[in-house]
Design a protein around this ligand. Structure first.
Ligand code: PGA
Length: 272
């Protein structure tokens, strides 16, 4: 089995102002220290603060990410942001398919797939978010929903492209609600996603792809969630706005990395 480097992302959503965004980034950088050697750490500030947060992140090994992107290179798309604009600001990663984009803004799978392929083609790493609503869970259709969102979202991504894709399983009913999937339920859905990846691609790709859990991740539940063998890190909303809480979650994820050999083998595998 490939050792997967854990990855923790902070999705700030439509929060912070310029001063608090910079302060939060600086506090996380200061607290991360050598943890970035055993856990990838990404921050997704609002678009207007990307540049300032990027500067605050400096060259300490943390990743600057964007919350969204539009799948056209330029032109008359009022309010949208292109991959080139993100790359200009040194963003390296982007979220696509977040549940708030799907359910509040109304994005559909074909747009999400277009965003994902455009971002990959531009050299960005992409976090594809998938997850079922409470109604879908109650109706017993969770796996159909995950399967559809995964298959449609990945669209035409080939095996090579999968090197730069991270999946985030985020049950919609757990996002911002304080209600978290049990570690057993989270692990079981992650294992299902990995099985589907093996069917869509192959066992090696399924094994190498990182699957984050998201939905009310806090310092007090991170440790038991990350114990799941198929849970490779977190996408954190509310708790990423407090440096101490975010750092505690990173610490829980970093502690699972088998210091030394597994990190190297993951990096070697990715760089091969
Ligand atoms: P939450 O958000 O941690 O506030 O539940 C997670 C997310 O939306 O990615």
């Amino acid at each position: 089995m490939t050792a997967r480097m854990p990855i923790v992302g902070g999705n700030w959503k439509m929060n912070t102002d310029l001063a608090s965004a910079v302060e939060l980034a600086e506090d996380v950088v200061a607290g991360c220290g050598t943890m970035v050697e055993s856990c990838d750490v990404a921050m997704f500030p609002p678009f207007p603060y990307l540049q300032a947060v990027g500067r605050a992140l400096g060259h300490h090994g943390l990743v600057l990410g964007a919350q969204d992107v539009y799948p056209k290179p330029d032109g008359a798309f009022t309010g949208e942001v292109s991959t080139a604009m993100l790359l200009d600001l040194h963003a390296e990663m982007v979220l696509v398919g977040h549940s708030e984009r799907r359910h509040v803004i109304g994005e559909r799978d074909d747009l999400i797939a277009a965003k994902l392929t455009t971002a990959l083609a531009a050299g960005l790493k992409v976090v594809l978010c998938i997850g079922e609503t409470k109604e879908q869970r109650t109706a017993g259709t969770t796996r159909d929903v995950l399967n559809t969102q995964l298959t449609a979202g990945l669209g035409t991504v080939d095996a090579d492209g999968m090197r730069d894709v991270i999946i985030a399983y985020e049950p919609v009913w757990a996002i911002g609600t304080g209600e978290t999937a049990t570690p057993e339920d989270a692990e079981s859905e992650h294992a299902f996603v990995r099985e589907r990846l093996a069917e869509l691609y192959d066992a090696d790709i399924a094994d190498a792809t990182r699957i984050q859990y998201g939905g009310s991740v806090k310092p007090n539940n991170a440790e038991e969630l990350i114990a799941g063998p198929n849970i490779d890190g977190f996408l954190v909303g509310g708790a990423s706005l407090k440096a101490d809480d975010f750092l505690a979650i990173i610490r829980a994820a970093a502690a699972t990395a088998d210091a030394g050999s597994s990190e190297r083998s993951y990096r070697e595998a990715r760089n091969a």
